[in-house]
Design a protein around this ligand. Structure first.
Ligand code: NAI
Ligand code: MG
Length: 362
């Protein structure tokens, strides 16, 4: 059977950028003998408009069955007034939670043609290719006790608790080591073991997984504050970085800006291996639904296309085809083809979403 893919294009520019990915998926079937069983469904505001919820149960069930989910973006001003329980983002959160996608992969990859776009010096970022693995389902965003309480003297206390279990740390560490074996065999784990108990456990458990299961991978540990500094100072020293939910949130946004535009950033969220050995997986661009440019043909489809390239590599064992796709993007950028978000101050004539997709295909 062909590998299966569920496409949830979502709202705003989601369907616009996804249309370009669909062209590429068809191309793989026609030209490379790599056919996918593609189904499509609604998520976010689009699902709310039809079903009154941002993710229908039937869609959730489908997501659990396929080899990978490819998501566009959700949300928009039209839905800002909705009750929290049916907001578009809840559709995304439900997918992540019920598929138990605990490892969030955020690559920071710098295409040479865009090195000038970085906030850093060109030689610091040219050729950069690192991957941050952020624990996504536990840690301080979820730990209890939590809440705001009022003291007898009237002052208030805000409480969040960082909780990590052995298994939560080990499983995300395994995701990072597996990735490292497909890349450059190097993992740096970041925490604050100097001041946090959960940090001590994190360091010990990552080391345990390394010593017992992945002794062939080079492992180092770094305090997360130093990690932030090193990411900006000399990012090319890293390959795979694994870290907790909170530090990962901050460090991945920081790393993202090493490479320039939001329109270029893909991501993957992986869970436990399924019966066929593939991890549960959802791939999506980092950007949102961009209501300010939606419906105008201005959106950059590259983040979504690169998300599909990650699916090729991490769900479908098609690393060479993923590289082919990334090379096509690099070539097009080197030729000076730019969507509006990639135009420098020197200006020029931007191409549309569709034209960018077509150039990459060509
Ligand atoms: P956003 O990522 O949608 O847009 C931020 C800025 O970047 C805008 O100026 C937009 O035009 C630009 N931009 C984003 N993607 C682009 C692309 N592919 N090509 C060219 N320019 C691009 O974030 P914002 O404005 O904070 O949120 C807009 C809506 O998206 C909100 O409803 C928000 O809740 C939702 N959102 C959804 C996410 C998701 O589906 N994963 C993530 C972030 C926000
Ligand atoms: Mg963030």
């Amino acid at each position: 059977a062909n590998p299966s893919l569920l496409i949830l294009a979502g709202d705003g520019i989601g369907p616009e950028v996804m249309a370009e990915v669909k062209k590429i998926i068809s191309w793989y079937g026609d030209k490379r003998g790599l056919a996918f069983d593609v189904s499509e469904d609604l998520v976010g505001g689009a699902a709310y408009d039809v079903h009154g919820v941002p993710l229908a149960d039937a869609t959730m069930a489908k997501a659990q069955e396929v080899d990978a989910v490819l998501l566009g973006a959700v949300g928009g001003p039209k839905y800002d007034v909705l009750d929290f329980s049916v907001k578009p983002e809840r559709g995304l959160l439900r997918l992540r939670k019920e598929m138990d996608l605990y490892a969030n992969l955020r690559p920071a990859q710098c295409f040479d043609a865009l090195a000038d776009f970085s906030s850093l010096k060109k030689d610091v970022v040219a050729g950069l290719d690192i991957m941050i693995v952020r624990e996504l389902t536990s840690g301080v965003y979820f730990g209890t006790p939590r809440g705001i309480t009022t003291q007898p003297d009237g002052s208030r206390v805000g409480i969040n608790t960082q909780v990590y279990t052995t298994e939560e740390i080990r499983r995300v560490a395994r995701s990072a080591f597996e990735l490292a074996r497909r890349r450059n065999n190097k993992v740096c784990s970041m925490e604050k073991a100097n001041v946090m108990e959960s940090g001590i456990l994190w360091r010990e458990e990552v080391q345990w997984v390394h010593d017992n299961e992945y002794p062939d991978v080079e492992l180092s540990h770094m305090y997360a504050d130093n990690g932030a500094m090193q990411l900006v100072r000399r990012p090319k020293q890293f390959d795979v970085i694994v870290t907790d939910n909170l530090f990962g949130d901050v460090l991945s946004d920081c790393a993202a800006m090493l490479t320039g535009s939001l329109g270029m950033l893909p991501s993957a969220s992986l869970g436990a291996p399924m019966a066929n050995g593939r991890p549960k997986a959802m791939y999506e661009p980092v950007h949102g639904s961009a209501p300010d440019i939606a419906g105008q043909g201005k959106a950059n489809p590259i983040a979504c296309i690169l998300s599909f390239a990650m699916a090729l590599r991490y769900s479908f064992d098609q690393g060479d085809e993923a590289t082919r796709l990334e090379k096509a993007i690099e070539t097009v950028l080197a030729d000076g083809v730019r969507t509006a978000d990639l135009m420098g101050p020197e200006g020029g004539q931007p191409v549309s979403t569709t034209e960018m997709g077509d150039k990459i295909l060509a």
